[in-house]
Design a protein around this ligand. Structure first.
Ligand code: SAM
Ligand code: SF4
Length: 386
């Protein structure tokens, strides 16, 4: 039976709901628009990314500032009951087929296990995944698995203590490595590892990160650094592109396209084999001098090879704002409407309206990325939910 913790409160005497098109309220989508979370360009969002908190216990340089960044108040953040209700509307009314919990750092929420357990009870078949920095995961992995978590992604950019500390501004590499192993031991595999390469800091580690991952059966995914850092320090010149990542890996490995369908996944996947012959760039040798299949690697090229036309994501921030795109400069309040006593149908309609106006593309891949036509969103990655 569906558990309904976040039932609407009666609206009598409460504030009137703001009209469509008012600031923070999307315009109404056409009444004959298809069901579900579709947009003007025919894309259908079935993959929900929900942020549980904006707080974090690391301070990755490509995400957060060294100090500062005010946290949301406790009252502003969605409660477990509100999260449960929003997920239920997404799944039962709007065609959400997959849920990823993220942040900030989701493990810092004391009620994380309870949130997963309630969602799992309501939706026995729903794939539920978690993106985490892995700090404290060694103590929680078994409980997360028991609560019904399906998969886990752990972010880890370096295997060297000093470099890890430089990138995250915290000396927690050992704790993250322990968390990754605990996730595997708890049956949350295949564990995916997310890594962002930063020029001159950890880019030389690309092949050793991949060797480490395939040795342990982890699936490594490199993510191109996006202009979503709180310091606004991103530049096109400094970012490591997907093409460079392929070249860096090709010094030691032969990569060949994974024959499995990409199916809307952000990562382009490659099969990985050890290189046994001479090197001269990506795929040089065409696999002729390569060893047996070791595993796969993914590259998420959001900047240089964007996949906007196939995007299936809808995002809810920790304070219950709908973001149709990571780079949206417009966001629409779902939680406020819920707290004002809106019925499920009204909430579903607001969500559909917000997704209808999803931008066609983020525009980051245009030449002249640093030019004024690309405006970095105000929110950093930690405040959106990556
Ligand atoms: N704290 C958790 C973690 O680090 O996995 C979850 C939230 S974090 C924002 C989600 C993912 O976004 C991480 O894999 C992180 O490496 C990635 N990320 C953060 N800032 C980024 C940026 N500017 N460009 C690309 N990826 C970024
Ligand atoms: Fe925290 Fe994740 Fe951002 Fe790093 S990437 S600062 S772990 S939210």
């Amino acid at each position: 039976m569906t558990v309904q913790l976040g039932m609407p409160q009666p609206r009598e005497g409460g504030p009137a709901l703001p009209d469509a098109g008012m600031p923070g309220v999307p315009p109404r989508r056409p009444s004959d628009a298809p069901a579900g979370l579709v947009d003007r360009y025919g894309r259908r969002a079935t993959d929900m990314r929900l942020s549980l908190t904006d707080k974090c216990n690391l301070r990755c340089t490509y995400c957060m500032p060294a100090e500062g960044l005010e946290w949301l108040s406790r009252q502003a953040v969605m409660t477990a009951a509100e999260i449960e209700r929003i997920v239920r509307i997404g799944v039962e009314q709007l065609g959400v087929r997959e849920l990823r919990l993220t942040g900030g750092e989701p493990l810092v929420r004391a009620d994380l296990v309870e949130i997963i357990a309630v969602i799992r009870r309501n939706h026995p078949q729903l794939p539920i995944s978690l993106t985490t920095n892995g700090v404290g995961l060694d103590r929680k992995a078994a409980a997360l698995k028991a609560a019904g978590l399906t998969r886990i992604n752990v972010s880890m950019d370096s295997l060297h203590e000093e470099t890890f500390t430089q990138l995250t501004r915290r000396p927690f590499l050992d704790r993250v490595l322990a968390g990754i192993d605990a996730a595997r031991d708890a049956g949350l595999g295949p564990v995916k590892i997310n890594a962002v390469l930063m020029r001159g800091i950890n880019d030389h580690e690309a092949p050793s990160l991949l060797a480490w991952a395939v040795d342990r059966g982890y699936e490594l995914r490199f993510i191109e650094q996006m202009p979503l850092d709180a310091d606004h320090g991103w530049t096109r010149r400094d970012m490591i592109t997907a093409a460079e990542i392929r070249d860096l890996l090709s010094t030691e490995f032969v990569l060949s396209p994974d024959p499995r369908a990409r199916d809307g996944a952000p990562a382009e996947r490659f099969e990985v084999r050890r290189r046994l012959g001479p090197v001269s760039g990506f795929n040089a040798g065409s696999g002729l001098l390569s060893g047996p299949l070791l595993g796969t690697v993914g590259i998420i090229a959001s900047v240089t090879e964007p996949f906007c036309s196939d995007c299936r994501r809808t995002r809810i921030t920790a304070e219950g704002k709908i973001m149709s795109c990571l780079f949206s400069r417009e966001e629409f309040d779902l939680l406020g409407l819920l707290r004002d006593g809106a019925e499920d149908d009204e909430l579903a309609r607001r969500w559909q309206d917000a997704m209808w106006v999803k931008p066609k593309a983020h525009g980051m891949d245009h030449v002249g990325l640093d030019a004024p036509d690309f405006v970095q969103p105000d929110r950093s990655m930690s405040a959106i939910g990556g």
